[in-house]
Structure formats: C-alpha cells, structure tokens
Design a protein around this ligand. Sequence first.
Ligand SMILES: *[C@@H]1O[C@H](CO)[C@@H](O)[C@H](O)[C@H]1NC(C)=O
Ligand SMILES: *[C@@H]1O[C@H](CO)[C@@H](O)[C@H](O)[C@H]1NC(C)=O
Ligand SMILES: *[C@@H]1O[C@H](CO)[C@@H](O)[C@H](O)[C@H]1NC(C)=O
Ligand SMILES: *[C@@H]1O[C@H](CO)[C@@H](O)[C@H](O)[C@H]1NC(C)=O
Ligand SMILES: *[C@@H]1O[C@H](CO)[C@@H](O)[C@H](O)[C@H]1NC(C)=O
Ligand SMILES: *[C@@H]1O[C@H](CO)[C@@H](O)[C@H](O)[C@H]1NC(C)=O
Ligand SMILES: *[C@@H]1O[C@H](CO)[C@@H](O)[C@H](O)[C@H]1NC(C)=O
Ligand SMILES: *[C@@H]1O[C@H](CO)[C@@H](O)[C@H](O)[C@H]1NC(C)=O
Ligand SMILES: *[C@@H]1O[C@H](CO)[C@@H](O)[C@H](O)[C@H]1NC(C)=O
Length: 893
Amino acid sequence: MHLLVELIFLGALLSAQVFATWTDPSILDACPGYTVSNVVNDGTTLNADLTLAGEGCNVFGTDIPKLSLSVTYETDTRIHLKITDPSSARYEVPESVLPRPDNSSSVPPSSAQIQFNFTESPFSFTIFRTSTSEVLFSTADHALIFESQYLRVKTSLPKDANIYGLGEHTNPFRLPTTNTILTLWSRDAGNVPVGTNLYGNHPVYFEHRTTGTHGVFLLNSNGMDIKVNDTESDDQVTLEYSVIGGVLDFYFLAGSEDDPSAVGRQYAEVVGLPAEVPYWSLGLHQCRFGYNSFIDVADVITNYSAAQIPLETMWTDIDYMDGRRIFTVDPDYFPLNRVREIVDFLHQHDQRYILMTDPAVAFTPDEDYAPFHRGTDLDVWLKLPNGSFSLAIVWPGVTVYPDWFHPDIQAYWSGEFEMFYNPETGIDIDGAWIDMNEPSNFCSLPCTDIFEQAKGLPPTRTAPIPDPNTPIFVNTSNTLIKRVEPTDDLLNPPYEINNAADGRALSAKTAWVNATHANGLVEYDTHNLFGTMMSVATHIAMLARRPGLRTLVITRSTFAGAGRSVGKWLGDNFSSWEMYRQSIAGMLGFASIYQVPMVGSDICGFNENTTETLCARWAMLGGFYPFMRNHNSDTSISQEYYRFPLVAQAARNVLDIRYRLMDYFYTAFHTAHLDGTPILQPLFFKYPKDPSTYRIDLQFLYGPSILVSPVTEENSTSVTIYLPNDIFYDFLTFEKIEGKGANVTLDNVTMTEIPVYIIGGSILATRVEGAMTTTELRQKDFEIVIAPGTDGTAKGSLYVDDGVSIDATVNGTTEVQFSYGDNALTVNGTFGFDLGVSIRRVRLLGASAEVGAKNVSVNGLEGNITSSFDAEKGVVDVEIGAPFDKGFEVIWN
Ligand SMILES: *[C@@H]1O[C@H](CO)[C@@H](O)[C@H](O)[C@H]1NC(C)=O
Ligand SMILES: *[C@@H]1O[C@H](CO)[C@@H](O)[C@H](O)[C@H]1NC(C)=O
Ligand SMILES: *[C@@H]1O[C@H](CO)[C@@H](O)[C@H](O)[C@H]1NC(C)=O
Ligand SMILES: *[C@@H]1O[C@H](CO)[C@@H](O)[C@H](O)[C@H]1NC(C)=O
Ligand SMILES: *[C@@H]1O[C@H](CO)[C@@H](O)[C@H](O)[C@H]1NC(C)=O
Ligand SMILES: *[C@@H]1O[C@H](CO)[C@@H](O)[C@H](O)[C@H]1NC(C)=O
Ligand SMILES: *[C@@H]1O[C@H](CO)[C@@H](O)[C@H](O)[C@H]1NC(C)=O
Ligand SMILES: *[C@@H]1O[C@H](CO)[C@@H](O)[C@H](O)[C@H]1NC(C)=O
Ligand SMILES: *[C@@H]1O[C@H](CO)[C@@H](O)[C@H](O)[C@H]1NC(C)=O
C-alpha cells in the first residue's frame, strides 16, 4: 500500500514536469487581439462586435474570428461585461444552477460608481472608479485571446496588490503575488496541499487598496488557471485568466471607498444570499470516521454529557452503512432499531443527529439494492456518450453517479431521503452531510478494468460484531478502519490547467469529462458544479422531510452561490499547527468572500494524530468557527474533547464564551442572510485605511464586534497580535486596552485561554451564562454589555426568532437596537417573538470613577434596580431583572 502510494506520487511529479503548460508571455501578448466595430450604446448597455485584428496566433486552437461584446451598467455598483461567440452557442453556467441577478434596474454610466472604457484597436478595456479615476482592471498591453478551448484575459494591478479570494485553496488569505497559480477544478484533495486545486471553485477576488475595495467575478465553471505574478514587470502585478471553455462573463463590483464589507454585499447580489441557519447549528458538533458500531456513537454522547461539555449534534461518517452503500445501515454494527434509539435519545435531550450521504450509488445490477434499481428505473445515472453508465469507484466499490441535470433526479433524491430518513420508520436526521461530491473517483487512469481496481472495496470490517442487545447510554469505549487515495491520466485539452489530481488529466480521480448529462451538457463544462448541484438537491430533499423548518447541509465541494443552500467544511486536513493556522484563512475565504458563511475546518485535525496542546488550542479557535465540528479520521487516535483533561477544560471555557455570544452571532447570520454582510471579517474590513492590517490572517472578527487572536505557535503561551488605533476590552476581565496601531505581545495565555476582545463602540446582548444545549441556552437571561469606543459612544443590535422556522414571522421576530452616548443607553425595537427571559443586568465597561459615582435611573422597566461600580475594573453593573419584552432607557446622571 505504502509503496504503491510512493510510486504514484513519483509518477505525478514526473507528469507535472512533462505536461505543465507554460507559454512565454511575450508570445501571448504578440497575439493580434480584436478590433471593435458596430458600437451600439443605448445609455445603459453597450453592444459591439469584435473582429480578429490580424492573423490568428492559434496558440491552443484556432482564434475565433468574430466575437460579441456586451457591457451593462446593471446597478450603480455593478458592471456586467460579457464576450461570446455569436456564431455558436457556447456553454454557459445554466441559470438553473446559478440564477443571474436582476438587471431590470440598469443605470446610466453617469450615476455609476465604476466606469467601463475601451480602446478600439486592438480592443482593450479598463474599469475605473468614477470618483477617483483610479483604474481597477485593465487589459491594455495584453491581447485578448478567444479560442475554442482557451480564453485568456490579463489585467495589470498595482505592485504588491492586496488580492483575496480565487478559492478554494490553502494559500494565505492575502494571496502571494509572486509566481502564483490558482487552479479551479474540483478535486478530492486529501490533506489539502497548499498551492493546489481543492474541492470547490469560486472565481471571484476582492482587491483592497487604501482608496477602496472592489470585486471581480468571472462567472465560468470550466477548468481554469489564474496566474498572479509580479516578476514580469517592475511596477505591476499581473493577473491572468486561462480558461478552457465557456464564455467570458465578468461582473465588476465597485465595492466602496471606505467599507470593504460593501463588496461582500454586492457579490451576494450576484450569487445569492446565504441560507438562514437553524439556531442549533451554531452548537458543538462531534464526528469521526471510525466509530465502529452504534455502541461507540452512544458512548460518545454519554461521555460528553458526563464531562459536562455541551454537545449539540452527534454525527456519523460512512461507518454506519452496509457495505458503504448510501441509504443503508449495517444490520450487525448499526442495526436500524438501535440507531433509531440513539436518535430518540438525542431528540429527548434537545440534541441532534447528522449522517453522511455520498453521491455515488453502488452499481449492483445483480443484487437486491433498491436505491440502485430505483435510480436505474428512472434512468437518472450519469452516462458516457455511448449511453452506458459512467462508472466510478467510490467507497462501496464500483458505482454510478446521479445526474443532477436529469429531470427526475430531484424526485429520486427526495424519495430516497424520505424513505431512508423517515422519522417513523427510518433515521430522523436533523441535518445532512454530503461528501465525495467533486465527484471523487478512486479509479486510477486509464481505468480500463474498473472491476479489477475495485477489488477490496468495501473493506471487510475487522471489529467484532457487537451484541445487538448491548445496553447503550450507560458506559463503554472506542476503536478503528481507513481512508484511501488513488491516481493517473487522460482527455487533454491543448491548454492543460494545473490540475493537481494524480495523473493531471481532467478526468483524473473524478467522473469522465466526456460523461454526458440528460440535458446534453458534458462534465467537461459542468464538473465544477457537481457538488453545488448535489447541495441544492439535498437541501430540497431535507426541506421536503420537514416542511417549513430550516435544515443544515454541510458539503465538501462548492461553486459560486453554494451558500444559498449549504454550509461547508474545509475538507480532509490533518493534525498540525500549520493546518490550525491555515484554517483561519480558509474560513475567511468562504465567510468573508464567497458568501458561504457556515464554515469551519475539522477541529483538532482529521488525518494523523493530534496532540493534547494542539487539540486544546484548536478547540478554542474552533469555538469561533461558524461551523464548530470536531472530526477525525479512522486511523487517528481519538480526540473527542473529553479525552484529554486540558482539552476538556479548554472546550468548556470556549463553549461558555461561544454560547453566551450565540445570539449576537445569530444576529450576524441573520444580517448576512438579509444583505450579505460577511459574518466573519478580516481586520482590514474594519480598519481599511490601516495597511498593517492587510496581511493579517491569524486574527479575525467574529461578527462585527469581537476580535479573536489565538495563540498560534506550538507550546507557546504568548502571542504577538496587532491592535489598530482603537479601544478594546478583554471579553472576560473587561480590561480596557488602547490599541496603538502596533504589535502587542500577550504573555501567559494558558493552554485553556484564548484572547478575545470586544471592539470599542459595540453593544452586545449576551446570555448571562452558557448551557449544555442551545435549547437550554434560550432559557437563560440576557445581559447588555456596553463597550464605548474612542468617541464615547456605542451601538449594537439583536435579532431573535424561534430559530427553526423558514418563515420566521410564524412565531414572530424580535429586533432590538441598542445605542449609548451622553451617559445614556437607549434600548428599543419590536418584540414580536416572546423571548421568555429577563434582562439580568446592563454592564458598562471602561467607566471612570466619575461615571461610577453617578446615580443610575432606568425608565420604562419595572424591577428592583440596583447599581454597583468596580473601580479596579472600571465596570458599572446595573442589576435589572425585568422581562425583556420592551424598550427602556438607562441614564447615568
Ligand atoms: C477612455 O479611453 C480613451 C482611449 O484610450 C482615452 O482617450 C480616454 O481618456 C479614456 N477616458 C477616460 C475617462 O478614462
Ligand atoms: C512569473 O514570471 C516569471 C518570470 O517572468 C516566470 O518565470 C514564471 O513562470 C511566472 N509564473 C507564472 C505562474 O506565470
Ligand atoms: C469517453 O472517454 C473515455 C475515457 O477516455 C473513452 O474510453 C471513451 O471512448 C470516450 N467516449 C467517447 C464517445 O468519446
Ligand atoms: C497515531 O497513533 C497510533 C496509535 O498510537 C499509531 O498506531 C499511528 O501510527 C499514529 N499515526 C501517525 C500518522 O503517526
Ligand atoms: C513542544 O513540546 C513537546 C513536548 O515537550 C516537544 O516534544 C515538542 O518538540 C515541542 N514543539 C516545539 C515546536 O517546540
Ligand atoms: C507585527 O508583527 C508581524 C509578525 O511578526 C510583522 O510582520 C508586522 O510587520 C508587525 N506589524 C507592525 C505594525 O509592526
Ligand atoms: C503569569 O501568571 C502567573 C500566575 O498568574 C504570574 O505569577 C506570572 O507573573 C505571570 N507571568 C507573566 C510574564 O506575566
Ligand atoms: C413555531 O410555530 C410552529 C407553528 O406554529 C410551532 O409548531 C412551533 O412549536 C413554534 N416554535 C417555537 C420555537 O416557538
Ligand atoms: C429608538 O431609539 C432611537 C435613538 O437611539 C430613537 O431615535 C428612535 O426614535 C427610537 N425608536 C423608538 C420606536 O422608540
């Protein structure tokens, strides 16, 4: 096994040297480009013809002689630029997968914040900011190339450009600008190597300058390389798209001159707003590959409870399946009645259950496996051009893939979910987990004998069969199995993208790129959409099971717009400090840029063995992941939080903070759902004029007001962090710290502590304490924490609903605004949802002795009001104890 892996790896390196596509930029720049003619401008849209301006250079095919250009000012912040071949219907991302934004309110250029300008011959264009004339995107000096399987657009950016996005990858959040290639081609990328294409595709970048932040989205699902380089010229960075199909379909987003989060909202207008998540999904999730039987699963639930660590949702990986086939349970290891017993137990304790469902369905023409036969009867499998099934190898052995474009696929998928996950007769899951949807394939190219290669799958279970009557939810322990990785080469377009899959070919480790969908589209074009289409189908299937209630679907592969239906875990990482640090950049990519806010990486690491201190630090960092899940591989040592004393304490500490902040964070999620404001932000979003923040990706903002600055080095109890010119308050001690636009070293950060600050100018509505479940948490009182900013004022807001209804108006909503200034706190809003709890206290931080000595009065609330001042901490506590069901005012005079 080990030897085989090494040989394959060597093969991949050799083929990388042989096949990598690199062309001298001067050859490409010498291509003739196009000449503009027949310009028709109706005031908001410009249409023109582009004609090849000389003899084609035919670098990777034949230059298309005539193109159509269309440029529309869709809103005052968005320009849509499209270049197509009028002589043939080239593939475009189907509207069914990514509905296009409303462009009915297009505007004249004069009222737009960004402008399009062009030169006629050769054609090139710029996008510039109206107010400053600053050029944001420019193709001058780099000819446009448009061939059947090669599209090239190249822009010049400022030296040392601050570019973020173009994922999915594990590069730093601020992309390196020297000799960097970002490749977009969905890939099952175990251990998520830096500098390679990973599971999903988001062809969007935000560029930040001290003068503003803007965005560029290329709506194209074909394989592509995006090359960023600063060595081709002394004073510029170039960014070059090399795309192997589709059309050039750009959305330029003006962003804002002083608020970077604006570009996030504008991107959401294009790809859609993220789904509203259930409140419970913000609780702690526990998972691993290698729970051998229902007994292991039950034990973990019992042990969390015994360790007093709040476990919200228990998960099970493919272990539960019979022969690793989806929609089955192993009758010996996970008998249905025992799994149902676990789900009942969880639900009785206000906890939840999630199971993995992969896309690939075991190919079993001669066996009694109904999900295969039902799909075959409906004819919903992905096929090769000759009409045979596009076979692959996944966990159960030889498999077929669902064709997400088939008209009956939703009926099939929803039907299987309804049967298998039936609350009365099946497994009543609360959310879904979908994996292997790049789609992944273990067959090594050329994959001529798939049945031979599939031998040994599924593996035989080695654990002893448990006694089916073993009592659960009393006490017991744990064991193991394994994850595979295979290889090789095929179908080569002339320009070969830098696909890191073993064998490099587009079909390597995935579906054949010549597989054809029911609607005629081929995988070559739609490959990058597979995971997102499965996401949508699964989201719909889950909603059909529990109409009207929100669900949680977590996927591995995504495309632009996936956040409308799913959350995302960052894939198969491993237990290292590098991965721990890198997870922040990965998470910021999805939450701050790609509009997929429900994101997190496997806490304590998936592959390899964690250590107690890594797991303790990671548990605390993970407390600030939107999606907080501890997940582990079958060959790794167990890492549930209760396994190590240090980790258990770290987890309790951070979960107490997370749960107290849960309504604040839920409010941020709600805002994101309404307008796309990112729920997590890099520091520069808050301090856009401070260049020291642009590179920082080891600190981040959780919601608008909390700064998280984890310890980042192994065995260290100190961390050097950057504090901008602002006021910060330690979340636990309330100590006030004045940031000086400088680094500060924090010493003595124990292995169970993580530095968390409230940013001055904020008001938080927190729960007075944490709880063991989110249901219990919702019965805890609130306290209002005022953290005045440099100008002495503060504000904040709170949104609460029932946490589960898609139509939140069913049970009403409560929306409260808080503002503080001139020694007075005003709380007002609408209280349509009955919170059923009280305001325990109002807490004013950073209070001087003078403020501490003032009399406090509270208007609008009944209650036995008392006030106290802690001079050492500078904290005034006003004890209130009245129902939180109306606005009120607190005045210090
Ligand atoms: C637009 O481009 C033309 C041709 O390069 C140039 O002469 C003109 O100054 C540009 N206009 C603006 C507003 O940049
Ligand atoms: C970046 O430029 C250097 C020097 O021109 C070149 O050797 C290198 O291949 C380029 N990298 C990419 C990714 O294009
Ligand atoms: C599809 O690709 C596979 C793998 O290269 C090949 O065996 C098959 O002949 C192709 N089919 C067609 C119709 O091109
Ligand atoms: C993890 O620990 C187990 C048990 O000690 C050991 O068998 C295994 O080799 C370790 N794995 C790695 C990658 O070190
Ligand atoms: C951290 O401490 C452990 C245990 O003392 C040691 O084995 C390891 O080498 C240390 N790591 C670093 C980076 O110093
Ligand atoms: C803070 O420290 C980091 C890493 O040591 C360094 O790169 C950065 O320049 C420092 N920032 C300031 C403002 O000194
Ligand atoms: C670290 O904390 C301990 C105990 O609280 C204290 O005695 C010690 O002085 C602190 N060290 C530093 C460097 O702050
Ligand atoms: C919300 O309303 C639905 C339908 O009226 C009801 O069944 C449900 O229990 C309510 N949920 C909460 C949390 O109030
Ligand atoms: C809420 O408070 C603001 C001041 O903070 C005030 O302007 C506004 O009128 C208040 N709204 C209501 C409904 O009381």
